[in-house]
Write a protein that binds this ligand. Structure first.
Ligand code: ZN
Length: 510
């Protein structure tokens, strides 16, 4: 292809890219509004509006002309990046568009519609079944959702395991085998650590459940967000039932939280968590801003950024050495006689629980491993939907040492399966692992994190994250990023080193 022909192909591809990104941001505005300020009666038409937008996006991605352009640019299933003569940014865009194009072409529109309807019916059935603690009432919908996900996996194609195709929707380029290897290693080390902590003297965290007026929580949280680098001219903080982050444009990222007057942790740590996601979304390099490349490269990498700010920073001793005096004077009644050391320990209390969303840093990944085991068994043909409640109890006992007394607290506890969200869960634990790997690399370059946090040098930390992680958006895959930054593959060892150092000291284990 001549130079001028090549540049014509590229400019047409960039037009597709820009238009798709604008359409996606249009959808995002509708979604954000739906979760925050929309009056309840608007739900029905909003679903229709979103349906129209999503169909537009799907049709543009599946378009014949886009396929031709990608082929002209040298893309094929064996050469996702296209022609080697093209600049790096264009090759990354070609890889992204080509993968999206193949997926949109491989999954028939009829199946997309059936999946959407099953997810909608699934959520209604799940809510009722959970309220009644009646797994049998949800089982038919669950079986249909599993069958449809299986059908989708067959359409998408995979090399080893049907679950590869499901995982790839959320964690592109990652395989079931790789996650399985790392989770196995993690499980072997986490289960004994949880037992040792259970045998140690337990910590008091009852004062975290005193009265914390919402307006003061908001003022304190907003101050911390500002100081870690959250830019109020490019983002907003609002309230929603379930905290989330969403990008509405290249200079517009929204985060939400939820205040609980009777529990300090709920709002503050979710603010830090969502701000971590939001800072990632606001940190894409200028050269990819406005492109589909300006997006998180995988949910695991996204989660590494949120859990870095929430836990590695926000649950550290050094961070509270800086902020505890201000917190204590903001809540003089609740925290008057509580010293900083007691507070630091309380926010890090380890306690095996029944559900991930309430879990501490040590037990959190075990909840994810539990669900990963069940999902891979379901899609590998080793487990039937009907066997899930027993399998859940068994795995919960083995991994966490606790057994739910009801299915509502066990197999029915979470919304993901009812929406057909199979393959999503591993990304929650991958985030912890990536975060620990990145933190070690950051410390190797900037020196120990603790003095930086104590001195409030967040700008230096954020600049490092921007340059090494955020700037690339999805131009680098998760595996490429980890290898660029650490020189290694995904691994569990750095996370275990982090947990042993932190919780070994808190619980005086050695
Ligand atoms: Zn998150």
């Amino acid at each position: 292809m001549s130079n001028s022909a090549a540049s014509k192909v590229l400019s047409e591809l960039r037009e597709y890219d820009r238009e798709l990104q604008l359409l996606k941001h249009g959808c995002a505005v509708l979604q954000w509004d739906q979760e925050t300020y929309m009056p309840p009666a608007a739900a029905e038409e909003r679903a229709e509006q979103l349906g129209v937008f999503e169909t537009l996006v799907h049709d543009r991605i599946a378009d014949d002309r886009l396929g031709e352009l990608l082929e002209l640019a040298g893309a094929s299933p064996n050469n996702l990046l296209g022609s080697e003569d093209l600049p790096y940014r264009d090759r990354a865009l070609i890889r992204l568009l080509f993968r999206e194009h193949l997926k949109a072409r491989r999954v028939p529109r009829d199946l997309v519609g059936r999946l959407a309807r099953a997810a909608s019916a699934g959520q209604t059935a799940w809510r009722a079944a959970r309220a009644e603690d009646d797994f049998a009432a949800f089982k038919p919908q669950l079986e249909e959702l599993v069958a449809l996900a299986q059908e989708r996996a067959e359409c998408l194609g995979y090399e080893e395991h049907p679950y590869d195709a499901l995982l790839d929707q959320y964690e592109p380029h990652m395989t079931t085998a790789e996650v399985s290897r790392v989770f196995h290693e993690l499980e072997q080390r986490l289960v004994p650590l949880v037992s040792r902590i259970a045998e140690a003297p337990q910590l008091d965290d009852t004062f975290l459940y005193r009265e914390f007026p919402e307006d003061i929580q908001e003022t304190f949280g907003a101050r911390v967000l500002r100081e870690i680098g959250w830019p109020s001219n490019r983002g907003r903080l609002d309230i929603s039932t379930h905290p989330f982050t969403i990008g509405l444009g290249r200079d517009d990222v929204r985060i939400t939280t939820r205040y609980d007057r009777g529990f300090f942790n709920a709002a503050f740590f979710s603010m830090l968590h969502e701000a971590g996601h939001g800072l990632y979304e606001l940190g894409f390099a200028d050269e990819i801003r406005g492109s589909m490349l300006a997006d998180g490269t995988s949910l695991g990498i996204h989660e590494s950024q949120s859990r870095f700010w929430e836990n590695v920073v926000g649950r550290s001793r050094a961070f509270w050495k800086r902020y505890y005096p201000a917190l204590q004077s903001a809540f003089p009644t609740a925290l008057a006689e509580i010293d900083y050391e007691a507070f630091y320990r309380a926010i890090n209390k380890v306690r095996p629980s029944l559900i991930r969303v309430e879990a501490d840093e040590v037990t959190y990944s075990l909840h994810v491993i539990l669900r990963f085991r069940l999902e891979t068994a379901l899609f590998g043909g080793d487990l039937a939907s009907a066997e899930l409640p027993d399998a859940w109890r068994e795995e919960s006992r083995r991994l966490l040492g606790v057994v739910p007394e009801s299915d509502a607290e066990g197999v029915l506890q979470d919304v993901h399966w009812s929406m057909g969200g199979f393959g999503y869960f591993p990304t929650y634990a991958l985030g912890n692992l990536f975060a620990a790997q990145f933190t070690e690399a950051l410390e190797a370059e900037l020196g120990p994190l603790a003095p930086l946090l104590e001195r409030g040098e967040f700008a230096e930390i954020l600049a490092w994250l921007r340059q090494r992680i955020h700037a690339h958006g999805s131009a680098r895959t998760a595996t490429e990023l980890v290898s660029d930054i650490t020189g290694r593959n995904l691994e569990g060892e750095p996370f275990m080193r982090y947990l042993h150092a932190k919780f070994g000291e808190i619980y005086a284990l050695d």
